[in-house]
Ligand binder design. Structure first.
Ligand code: FES
Ligand code: FES
Length: 209
């Protein structure tokens, strides 16, 4: 194809025909003036005109495993980040950080939640229970002991979330059968595939409760 071919518009053949080069020039100018594309001077000035969000903080009181904490926290912090980064309670794990894996499950005012999706600032005065709050002294909680007995874990990364979710299942009476447990714990993912042991541990603890 020659330079002439590229610039002409054989489909129309009229004097008013718009060449493909004209279209590209006009389109390029529009994109540049709109600041789209991210690399040009126009894009840079557009970004400069957007005000960066102002970080704001608030005082929040949280009772965690029975211990009261008054914390100045960034409004954007999740309960997961407050637990791990402010209170050094790292038993609660960050897997996906977007509500898809259940590794961050804790109990908030008695109900299980994905702590990665829960803003701490919205729960002033709340009571939180994490995996660290389950055992009594040196004695494991019965569900923790059942996980050991039934080999409900391999790498252990999902385990704290599985136990907190399993415990909630028992309280909710959603542990009447293995199928029941599988359904009500479907938000807790185990990449090691330790599901048979997890279900057996939850079922056994439910039966003993
Ligand atoms: S880390 Fe919260 S659901 Fe995965
Ligand atoms: S034990 Fe490894 S992810 Fe569940």
């Amino acid at each position: 194809m020659t330079e002439k071919d590229t610039d002409s518009s054989p489909e129309t053949g009229s004097d008013a025909a718009i060449s493909r080069r004209d279209v590209l020039i006009v389109t390029g100018a529009s994109i540049a003036s709109a600041g789209i594309g991210g690399h040009g001077a126009n894009a840079a000035s557009s970004v400069a005109n957007i005000e960066a969000p102002t970080a704001q903080s608030a005082k929040v009181r949280l009772s965690v495993n029975g211990v009261s904490h008054l914390l100045e926290i960034d409004n954007r912090q999740s309960i997961l980040d407050v637990l791990r980064e402010r209170l050094q309670l790292t038993g609660t794990k960050k897997g996906c950080n977007q509500g898809a894996c259940g590794a961050c499950t804790v109990h908030l005012d008695g109900k299980r939640v994905n702590s990665c999706l829960t803003l701490a600032v919205m729960h002033d005065g709340a009571a939180i229970t994490t995996i660290e709050g389950l055992k009594q002294g040196d004695t494991l909680h019965p569900l923790q002991a059942a996980f050991v007995e039934h080999e409900g874990f391999q790498c252990g990364y999902c385990t704290s979330g599985q136990i907190m979710s399993g415990l909630a299942c028992i309280t909710e009476e959603h542990a009447q059968s293995v199928d029941d447990i599988r359904f009500w714990m479907s938000g807790n993912i185990c990449r090691c595939g330790a599901y048979p042991g997890i279900c057996a541990a939850v079922r056994a603890t439910a039966q003993d409760a």
